[in-house]
Ligand binder design. Structure first.
Ligand SMILES: Cc1cc2nc3c(=O)[nH]c(=O)nc-3n(C[C@H](O)[C@H](O)[C@H](O)COP(=O)(O)O)c2cc1C
Length: 397
């Protein structure tokens, strides 16, 4: 019998070697409808696939024979030190994945010394995250049709010590994640197949639903009709709350209410990046929302170089969408990003093993990045530059 490679069996968290392995553990631990909520992209998922394809098209051209002993991942992000050029991206409904939820994610980030971003749609009150997690906290803001929600979030986040606000602009209209939708007869009403599958995950059922109750959009509770604040009830009403009316004029409106660092999450063009800088924003996040919003959207890594060249000297440039490997982060830093944000990579960790799983995810990526840094003959993240990269031409059709 020829020797066969041994693939990861998807069961044992401690045997997981990379984010893809963590994803496999996560896939087994949570019901299918929960995994699909995390995993899926909009419509044909062309944006989702494109995020990974764009990384594959970038190859390294490494120098050699340079001493890199004692190299460091430490960097400055928004005026404070971060132990790695990594931050956790905002994701809603984290309490559905594991009872540790937002606090588990925030604590893992704090333990490693990187920032955590809490979503407006979190299942933990922002005040509780601030008091129970510590570390560097950023707040993500959706400006919804009812503007009082945004005012309330900004006031409370400022009072709780959040150091930055990330205003998400690419969800003015809610994306259609069709694979996710197929798990429901109608919003909030899972199909019998999904319910049956949930019963096959008794540990999740006990720890997430029975012990803690159906997770709720805790930051919005005061603004939602009774029953609508739960993950189940909210799935009908929340998508309708997104505001197609948000514009650049809202930056001034936010600035009047938010006294600290402000970043725009949703920029993908040089002109918008310049506009954000001209309006006094402290940074931007290049993103396509992990492929969950506009389908057939380009990958942020494809435009990072030109945007960083245009505004990198004036503001912090962050990027997310598709980051699963240390090489991905190294490519982004080489093209001018200050840091990469983790969406699903951190959520796989959370679903696979709560706070410890997230810590694992962060450590894996930091270790991978450190290894790439060494192999690229760099001593620090500042040594990474565009000369290290070549873009491969797409294959002939
Ligand atoms: C399950 C899930 C929930 C998300 N919720 C939010 C959110 O509430 N606010 C937001 O600005 N972005 C949200 N995002 C987008 C992430 O912040 C980030 O842009 C995206 O996940 C990056 O892509 P990646 O998952 O491939 O890393 C969400 C993403 C996922 C996967």
């Amino acid at each position: 019998m020829p020797w066969k490679r041994l693939p990861f069996d998807g069961r044992n968290l401690s045997a997981a070697l990379n984010i893809a392995d963590l994803r496999e553990v996560a896939r087994r631990r949570v019901p299918g409808f929960v995994f699909e909520y995390v995993e899926g992209g909009a419509e044909e998922e062309a944006t989702l696939r494109g995020n990974r394809e764009a990384f594959a098209a970038l190859r390294f051209a490494p120098p050699t024979l340079i001493d890199t002993e004692g190299r460091s991942l430490r960097t400055e992000l928004l005026g404070a030190t971060s132990n790695a050029p990594i931050a956790i991206a905002p994701t809603g409904l984290n309490g559905m994945l594991h009872p540790d939820g937002d606090i588990g994610l925030a604590r893992a980030a704090a333990a490693f010394g990187i920032p955590y971003t809490l979503s407006t749609l979190s299942t933990t009150l922002l005040e509780d995250v601030a008091s129970q997690a510590g570390g560097r906290l950023w707040m993500q803001l959706y400006v919804m049709k009812n503007r009082a929600i945004a005012e309330d979030i900004m006031r409370r986040a400022a009072a709780s010590g959040f150091e930055a606000l990330l205003f998400t602009t690419d969800a003015n209209v809610f994306g259609s994640r069709e694979w996710d939708r197929r798990n429901y007869l109608r919003p909030g009403r899972p199909r019998p197949r999904a319910i049956l599958d949930t019963l096959r995950h008794p540990s999740w059922l006990t720890r997430v639903l029975l012990r803690k109750g159906v997770p709720r959009f805790r930051n919005l509770e005061a603004f939602l009709p009774p029953g609508a604040a739960s993950a189940v009830g909210g799935s009908t009403i929340i998508p309708q709350m997104f505001a197609p009316t948000i514009t650049w004029d809202d930056i001034a409106w936010i600035r009047q209410r938010w006294p600290r660092k402000l970043l725009i999450k949703g920029v993908l063009t040089v002109s918008d990046a310049r506009r954000a800088a001209d309006l006094g924003c402290d940074g931007i996040v290049l993103t396509n929302h992990g492929g969950r919003q506009l389908d057939y959207c380009l990958a942020p890594i494809e435009v990072l170089g030109e945007i960083a060249a245009a505004v990198g000297h004036r503001m912090t440039v962050l990027i997310d969408s598709g980051f699963r490997r240390g090489t991905d982060i190294a490519k982004a830093l080489a093209l001018g990003a200050n840091a990469a944000m983790l969406g699903r990579a951190a959520l796989y960790g959370l679903a696979a093993g709560g706070e410890a799983g997230v810590r694992r995810a962060i450590e894996m990526l930091a270790l991978e990045l450190d290894r790439v840094l060494g192999q690229l003959c760099c001593r620090s993240v500042a040594d990474l530059g565009p000369a290290l990269l070549r873009r491969q031409p797409p294959p002939n059709p």
